[in-house]
Design a protein. Structure first.
Length: 594
């Protein structure tokens, strides 16, 4: 009875308090970055992210980071089997480093979004013993006797040997799950008043103590959307940003039902990721065909719900290969141009940012210069021949996007950005002079990395534990590495920072290039390998699989050598007489001067 009356009292308090929409701001013109991918322990390290704050904050208003709570290990734990909610030392860095990173970005106008995992929870030493915690005035207490916080429908009750997961040998006693079951951890009973209070305490800690700006709720189909609304309206400071990962097979109608299910006093309390648009993007951009699919139902193209649409191309789940949903493997720049023209709030994937940074920077600046926001009006969207034309009205002018080989009148517009299968125009009145400050990022390859004319190749800086490296490269039709796993042997060509650099070169007769590549340690008992990587010809990948740059046939010459009649230019076009150390353009080619 005590549990029942506590719950009713909480509802009564909510019903008399004024409730503002906490779903997502209206007319929001920000752009979000997903600051991680699967196993991105190095690239998403808090100190590493903080070191890029000056650059990232110029383009991103929000950065979504992994669940940062302690998971009883600093290695190979992305945070989705969460254990501790008030201890935030993790494989991405210490809690002090996390706090410093959040403060630094916030001072530059960029908020950090926490990945909140509350559908389920993992035990501390066994399947079901949740740790009691107390820190800085915040306290979490769990029932580790009757396990009333865990749904009775959880699979642990069917395990046979209860003693292997329950110290007391008892079954869990919570209510039936209010959503879909999750087999990886224990499903929390969100009808339980103590569970609700613990979650609200946790969210208050994230907002008020750690300094997070808002929440990305993981696996929201696992519990009723009602509770997302309850939690967002129960914190002492309301989160301005809330987005749910509703990943089901019921398309846009299911998303709309979930969003409406978060209402409190008839006010929506959370946005959602636009999964229907993600699948539309896959259907179109993978082969630059089926352009009419971009007209299929999605949140971001619905004027009533675009405010609550967070658009994306890939994320940590969809971008890791065939064991998850299909990642987009082609026309990445064009796909980013598409979501950065659409209404909704675009969320750029870290891998895409790292690989296509120059183009994405320009696309973001075009969006912001034109004043496109999450409720902008779509003037037109039309499949045209072998392409697509999208015209969106911003507060300062329109963005006209031509995809594929589409053509249309561009009277009154000027070209802002273009690349493979896309051209991005803006109204003549829009000031895009900021694009003049965006230049190709310079990359100096280590000694020994050379790309010969016409060569298809890639370089990999392997972990020290790897002994012999092989390569597996493919596209949707062909395998470029023999077709027998683990692929072709790579050649060691040098070292960098004490790590061996390996080169793979294609030796077959195909005239196309692979779209995906994997490097693996062929002698490892554990078959160590990178994840599926986007292939860039001449690409130089670090041990985490991140593309560091492209080796472009650089030829070494000696510094301080007079040029004579040969014209030598810096990368920004200035002629020099006596080159110093660096990279220059000589006879139309990049040359490294040592």
């Amino acid at each position: 009875m005590k549990r029942f009356f506590t719950f009713i009292l909480l509802l009564a308090l909510i019903s008399v308090l004024p409730v503002k929409s906490q779903g997502w701001p209206e007319n929001y013109n920000g752009v979000m970055l997903q600051g991680f991918y699967w196993d991105s322990y190095e690239d998403t390290n808090w100190a590493n992210l903080e070191s890029q704050a000056d650059e990232m904050s110029q383009f991103f208003d929000l950065i979504w980071v992994p669940q940062s709570g302690y998971c009883n290990t600093y290695n190979m734990q992305m945070g989705y089997a969460d254990i501790w909610w008030l201890n935030h030392n993790s494989c991405f860095g210490t809690e002090d480093q996390l706090r410093s990173m959040i403060r630094t970005f916030k001072a530059k106008g960029t908020g950090i979004i926490e990945d909140v995992v509350i559908n389920h929870k993992s035990g501390n030493t066994s399947w079901c013993d949740f740790p009691n915690e107390s820190k800085n005035g915040y306290t979490l207490t769990w029932d580790n006797t009757n396990f009333s916080a865990i749904c009775y429908t959880d699979e642990c009750n069917n395990s046979g040997n209860l003693s292997q997961w329950s110290p007391s040998g008892k079954k869990t006693t919570g209510a039936k799950d209010t959503g879909t079951d999750f087999d990886g951890s224990r499903d929390l009973d969100h009808t339980n008043a103590q569970v609700q209070q613990n979650i609200i305490t946790y969210l208050n800690f994230l907002l008020n103590d750690l300094g997070y700006t808002g929440f990305r709720y993981d696996m929201v189909a696992g519990y009723s959307p009602y509770y997302t609304g309850l939690y967002n309206t129960s914190t002492t400071v309301r989160p301005e940003f809330s987005v749910g990962e509703y990943w089901m097979n019921d398309g846009k109608p299911g998303l709309v039902t979930w969003i409406n299910g978060t209402k409190v006093n008839n006010v929506i309390q959370s946005a959602a990721f636009d999964f229907p648009m993600k699948w539309n993007i896959n259907n179109v951009f993978a082969n630059a065909t089926n352009w009419s699919k971009l007209n299929d139902a999605a949140l971001s193209t619905d004027a009533e719900y675009a405010r609550y649409a967070v658009t994306f191309i890939d994320n940590h789940d969809t971008g890791v290969g065939a064991d998850k949903a299909q990642p987009l493997l082609a026309n990445i720049e064009a796909a980013n141009a598409f979501i950065l023209t659409l209404p909704g709030t675009p969320c750029v994937f870290l891998r895409h940012w790292m690989t296509y940074k120059t183009a994405i920077k320009k696309q973001i600046l075009v969006r912001k210069a034109a004043g496109i926001h999450n409720q902008s009006t779509i003037v037109s969207k039309t499949a045209s021949g072998n392409g697509f034309v999208l015209n969106v009205q911003g507060t300062n002018g329109n963005v006209l996007l031509l995809l594929g080989s589409a053509t249309t009148s561009t009277d009154g517009y000027k070209l802002a950005v273009e690349g493979t299968n896309y051209k991005m125009y803006v109204s003549n009145s829009v000031d895009i002079s900021a694009l003049d400050n965006i230049h190709e990022d310079s990359f100096t390859a280590p000694d020994g990395c050379v790309v010969n004319d016409g060569e298809i190749c890639a370089f990999f800086e392997a972990p020290n534990s790897w002994t012999t490296v092989k390569c597996w490269a493919w596209d949707s039709k062909n395998n470029y590495t023999g077709g027998s796993w683990p692929g072709q042997l790579c050649t060691k060509v040098g070292t960098n920072n004490g790590k061996n650099i390996w080169k793979w070169t294609y030796t077959g007769t195909l005239t196309t290039q692979p779209t995906q590549i994997i490097f693996n340690d062929s002698k490892s008992n554990n078959a160590a390998q990178t994840s599926d990587l986007d292939f860039s010809n001449g690409g130089y990948y670090n041990e985490a699989g991140a593309l560091q740059g492209v080796v472009t046939g650089i030829v070494p010459v000696k510094a301080d050598t007079p040029t004579g009649t040969t014209k030598i230019y810096t990368l920004d076009g200035r002629e020099v007489k006596t080159p110093q150390h660096g990279v220059y353009i000589v006879n139309g080619k990049k040359v490294m001067v040592k």
